[in-house]
Structures are given as structure tokens and as C-alpha cells.
Ligand binder design. Sequence first.
Ligand code: TYC
Length: 126
Amino acid sequence: MGLGQTIFCAYTAQLMSDNGEGKTGHANGTGTGVATKSRPKTKKPGLYKVLLLNDDYTPMEFVVHILERFFNKNRDEAVLIMLHVHRHGIGICGVFTYEVAETKVAQVIEFARRHQHPLQCTMEKE
Ligand code: TYC
């Protein structure tokens, strides 16, 4: 399923012509019908926190850059999040739908790997 998923639930998708009473509808031959409706049923997507993990080697400035680049944080927000992770061991970068969170985690890990930093990132259901 994709993002912003909508499930259409046709809960009364029956037609009178199928109900054994003939095409006129009722067996008494009045030619009346029964109104039927399909109700679009929406389902909220599950949300996932993307978490950054502390380590002893990744430079603080690199983590700040990650938060600006992949999580659209301004400098001050990025520094606060980085320091929170540095002090507490783990911190939230953002909350996203499953596929977006998965993509962010992969982007962060790959970007860190390319720069030879051990920075780790994971996701967790809200
Ligand atoms: N602890 C690192 C240091 O002192 C900085 C750091 C912060 C690393 C946050 C990872 O997710 C992290 N250089």
C-alpha cells in the first residue's frame, strides 16, 4: 500500500436485479427499488519515529548536517537534537509514515557510511 492510503469499502454493493425478485425489484411488481450506497472508508496511516543513536566517533557537526539535510531542521533545532542524542544516547529526528521513515533511515545510514562515520539510525512505531 502506498502513502495516504484510502480503502473504499462497498458495504452494500447489491443490486435489486440480483436479489431473486426479478429486474423490477420487489416480488409484488411495484417496480420500486432499494437505495444502495458505497461509503468511502478512510484509514489513517501508522506513524513511525525516526531515531538517531549516539556513538563516540561521529563528529557533532556531521550529525547537525544530517538533521538539516534529511530532516529539514534549522541550525538551532539541529544542534538541540544532536546534543540531546549526545547526552541521552538516543533522540527523535522526526515522525513519518512507514515508507518515508524507512527511506530516511536508509538515507542517513548510507550517507554516514559513505563518510566513514558509524552513525546509526532506526525507526520505531509511535
Ligand atoms: N557523541 C558524538 C561526539 O562526541 C556526537 C554525536 C551526537 C554522535 C549524536 C552521534 O547521533 C549522534 N562526537
